[in-house]
Design a binder for this molecule. Sequence first.
Ligand code: ADP
Ligand code: MG
Length: 307
Amino acid sequence: MHDIGKQFENELDKHNWNKNYQQLIKTAFADPEVRALIAAHHDELTTADLKRSASKVYEFVTVKNQLKAGQTTLAPGYVPQLQVVDHSLEVSYVPGQQLQEQQKQAQLQQRMQLVNLPRALRRAQLANFEVAGRQAAAVAAVNFVKAYLDSPQTFHQGLYLSGSFGVGKTYLLAAIANSLAAEGYRSLLVHFPSFAVNLKNSIGTDRTRNLTEKLKNAPVLMIDDLGADQLSSWIRDDVLGIILQYRMQEQLVTFFSSNLSLKELQDGYLTINNRGEAEPLKAQRIMERIRYLAQEIRMVGRNRRNS
Ligand code: ADP
Ligand code: MG
């Protein structure tokens, strides 16, 4: 096989190019990866082709060496690739392993939207969920994820996780959302009491409407900590009621977590409004929607906060 790289070197020597430049180009063409590529394509490349590609080869080797030396490059995170395209050598940039990982993480984050909830929930994993005392919840969570991934377009009943403070209700919701995100599905987790306060503080603004629309339309909605505040009739009927009604009609998956059992939710939180008035019929209407959308699972166990 005639060595076209060698031939190109001779060609370089013949020109009156600046000695320095010649040396740089020679070194670049001596790079083993470059040599291998040229050897593999020797029948497509003439010395003229190589000459035309000199700056590309130089760029490729320079960036490659910068990366090797841990220096920052013009396109951080991207790795250069040298290819033969139409009788020329061309450099293209592809995301490096670290960048790919970052991009994957960013996608996951986009798929799992947190509203007024701690970022640490992004790390919640079903695999790390300590099952002791919470078998029913763990099994229900795994079954849900399986069923959802099997047929994401059909309606699946979500879970209403009830149990005392710190048993891991929010953690489990986030772990389910992460499992869905890993497979490409979007969900929205909202801390309901904070959402209600935000709404009251921004009545009638675009932000209110946008947030409410988001809650109505999220493919999977997880309403966290329902029952932890005092409910106004407005939030109950015109916000929560409307959102749940819509989700029921549209057959959208909805989860809840609460310190209250369904019965406690109905008899207290939803019935007695923040002015102390009892509105059992209104409560019943909301309850019908919750019961349609989710199955109650009681969670017991120790308080894991600060342990
Ligand atoms: P709840 O929502 O029921 O009040 P959390 O989900 O906030 O409880 O859990 C309380 C704390 O315990 C959090 O710091 C959470 O990260 C941690 N935690 C809960 N469940 C688990 C678990 N199964 N494995 C590891 N940590 C957990
Ligand atoms: Mg919680």
